[in-house]
Design a protein around this ligand. Structure first.
Ligand SMILES: Nc1ncnc2c1ncn2[C@@H]1O[C@H](COP(=O)(O)OP(=O)(O)O)[C@@H](O)[C@H]1O
Ligand SMILES: [Mg+2]
Length: 255
């Protein structure tokens, strides 16, 4: 249903494909990417592009933004999980690639303060179930070699009526252990591991474990004691790997 290539700009093509009902551009995104919600007769899609090639305000220039989108394609092709929107197609255009994902309903838990507070006020069991999903997704990503980068609550969409968690914008995850080549890396300080502030420090699956534990500590005001012990360990003495953290979490959950 989607062509491999088009010879017009993304928005022109999307206007023909269906109705653009949402646009995430420079007014809301500091990434420089421009994304669209598109309604076609059969489905709704979230279409992500690298935006205007002439826009050099963001940290990454157009070529850098395109490279990150290609990385996102690599990630989507290496992990299939209910929390990840399906990537249906990659369309090449004169304005760079169009990544065509499923549209997911939900409220962004970052930036959107009321949604964040509403999520934190849910019954503990419901928050824990969402965390289980987040951690299960990261078990798959970890097994495929992906290391967390710039994860925060702004990468989480929660659909309150159906209790479905969607995790998106994992474009800056990197495959394989690497070293911090930035100093203070991209990310929200509430979630970041110490090594993400330290030039040359190793960034690996232990980092993923730390950041995932931080997510729980951000959302749970009063974690059950067994789980709190796991989260404490993950953010102080640390686990040797993501899988060790995940095993400890599952065992404290009684799984
Ligand atoms: N699959 C999706 N379905 C619905 N909305 C989405 C989807 N993915 C992202 N969004 C929304 O679009 C916004 C921008 O997408 P994001 O991937 O974060 O782009 P950017 O690289 O510009 O940060 C997100 O903050 C979120 O509100
Ligand atoms: Mg984003």
């Amino acid at each position: 249903m989607f062509p491999g290539e088009i010879d017009v700009q993304p928005s022109i093509y999307l206007d023909h494909l269906g109705t653009i009902f949402a646009r995430f551009g420079t007014d809301t995104q500091d990434s420089g990417n421009v994304s669209y919600g598109v309604q076609t007769p059969s489905a709704r899609y979230f279409v992500k592009t690298a935006g205007d090639p002439a826009n050099t305000d963001p940290y990454l220039d157009f070529d850098g933004r395109v490279a990150l989108l290609r990385n996102a394609v690599d990630l989507a092709e290496s992990a299939v999980h209910p929390a990840l929107p399906t990537l249906h197609a990659v369309i090449e255009s004169p304005g760079g690639p169009l990544l065509v994902y499923d549209w997911r309903d939900g409220e962004l838990l970052g930036v959107n303060r009321p949604a964040h507070e509403r999520f934190r006020a849910l019954p503990v069991d419901e928050i824990l179930t969402a965390l289980d999903t987040l951690y299960d997704l990261h078990a798959d990503l970890d097994a495929a070699g992906w290391v967390e980068g710039d994860f925060y609550d702004g990468a989480m969409l929660y659909d309150f009526p159906t209790r479905r968690l969607t995790v998106m914008d994992l474009d800056t995850y990197r495959r394989g252990p690497h070293r911090n080549d930035m100093g203070r890396m991209f990310g929200s300080s509430r979630f970041m591991a110490p090594e993400q502030h330290s030039l040359g420090a190793p960034i690996d699956s232990r980092t993923t474990a730390y950041v995932m534990a931080r997510a729980a500590l951000v959302f749970l005001s009063d974690p059950p004691p067994g789980l709190y012990a796991v989260l404490q360990e993950a953010t102080t003495t640390r686990f040797p790997s993501y899988s060790a953290f995940h095993r400890a979490w599952l065992s404290a959950r009684g799984r």
